[in-house]
Design a protein around this ligand. Structure first.
Ligand code: SF4
Ligand SMILES: [Zn+2]
Length: 366
């Protein structure tokens, strides 16, 4: 319909109302000296050695892209405060050390900031420098996250100087410009990602790439087919590929679809099938299904979720397909039929049920 007012993206109408009094009150109820969280997980080094990693998730000012627009699935803004200072961030770092006995037993530290670690509008440069220096001096392998367009030659040479060989993880999500634009609202293109990779390589920094399994407005069958292609394309260009199966976060476009019964998070069986098909691709593949087995995370029928999710987690450390040997459940047939129908019936949201439920209940109107 013609309209005299300026066009508004549907995303901006739907995404969480960041500056309502309620949203600000909630955000500012967090203590700015306290971390979002810190935890340890098993990790595999590039040479195959198994070790321990500590993940530190800071409470920061949050991602500049989210404040401007934001990805359709990202609920990280739930953990941010817009007045976090250098002192707060240093207090959070100290709190991470206190809670882990100074990173006892960990060789890898993942510093996650709900945005780009080395973006100066998000995090004070002095704090970035302190983290890069300290982790380098202590011989810890550091992993930080970034958006592709932030990996400029100047900033990357600065990072490489302070922590040579540091790992930069970029949330590419999809190796497809249409998906990036219309499904993810990612705000950068595959071309910018290629450029970022060149810059990281030129500075001898390591490249980790995140892909998103089942972005919104995509069927299960399409998600499986596309993600396999994307891993084949980005795998040879990355040191490590990490596939994040969609989980529904609060206040996002995906949550709106989910609540309207128009989106089901991926099946765990799809992840197993994807891993089987891309196992031979060069580079290391990691799959960590957040909230696995719950309706807001990747899930199966409810009976087999625990075993399938555990096998996927084990594969991410061992890289051995034998982890899936003998895994089976009745729901595998329902999943296989869904994939087959998604690949033959032109139904953009897919034919699958939006919720886990008994078949007879699914036949009733919602
Ligand atoms: S770039 Fe990352 S942190 Fe920023 S909105 Fe997108 S997913 Fe969230
Ligand atoms: Zn099952």
């Amino acid at each position: 319909m013609p309209s005299s007012t300026e066009a508004v993206k549907i995303h901006h109408l739907v995404k969480a109302p960041e500056n309502t009094p309620g949203a600000i009150r909630k955000r500012e109820s967090w203590d700015a000296d306290e971390l979002a969280t810190v935890y340890t997980t098993p990790e595999c080094l590039p040479d195959g050695t198994i070790c321990q990693a500590t993940t530190v998730i800071f409470r920061t000012k949050g991602c500049v892209w989210w404040w401007n627009s934001g990805c359709t699935f990202c609920g990280y803004f739930n953990d941010v405060r817009d007045d976090v200072t250098y002192d707060n961030l240093m207090a959070q770092w100290q709190s991470a050390k206190d809670q882990t006995n100074d990173f006892e037993g960990s060789e890898v530290i993942k510093v996650y900031t709900s945005g780009t670690f080395f973006e100066d509008r998000e995090n004070p440069p002095e704090w970035q420098e302190a983290i890069l220096r300290e982790t380098n001096e202590r011989g810890l392998r550091l992993i930080v996250e970034a958006r592709a367009e932030m990996c400029t030659p100047e900033k990357m040479s600065w990072v490489a100087n302070l922590h040579p060989g540091c790992v930069v993880a970029i949330g590419l999500e999809a190796m497809d410009d249409e998906v990036l634009k219309f499904h993810c609202n990612k705000g950068f293109s595959t071309k910018q990602w290629h450029k970022a990779i060149e810059t990281l390589r030129a500075n001898e920094l390591e490249v980790k790439t995140y892909l998103l399994f089942k972005p919104p407005f995509m069927s299960e069958g399409d998600a499986l087919k596309h993600c396999i292609e994307w891993i084949r394309e980005v795998g040879p260009l990355s040191d490590e590929v990490s596939v994040n199966p969609m989980n529904i976060q609060r206040g996002t476009i995906v949550e709106r679809l989910f609540r309207h019964r128009e989106y089901r998070p991926p099946w765990l069986w799809s992840l197993v099938e994807m891993i089987r098909q891309v196992d031979s691709v060069p580079g290391r593949l990691i799959v960590h299904p957040t909230a696995a087995g719950r309706v807001r995370g990747a899930h199966n029928c409810g009976k087999c979720d625990k075993h399938v999710a555990a096998a996927i987690e084990r594969y991410s450390v061992s890289g051995d397909l034998e982890e899936f040997a003998g895994l089976t459940c009745e729901c595998e047939k329902i999943w296989a039929t869904e994939i087959e129908l998604d690949c033959t019936i032109p139904s953009p949201f897919g034919v699958g049920l939006d919720r886990r439920m008994p078949v007879e209940e699914s036949l009733m109107s919602p």
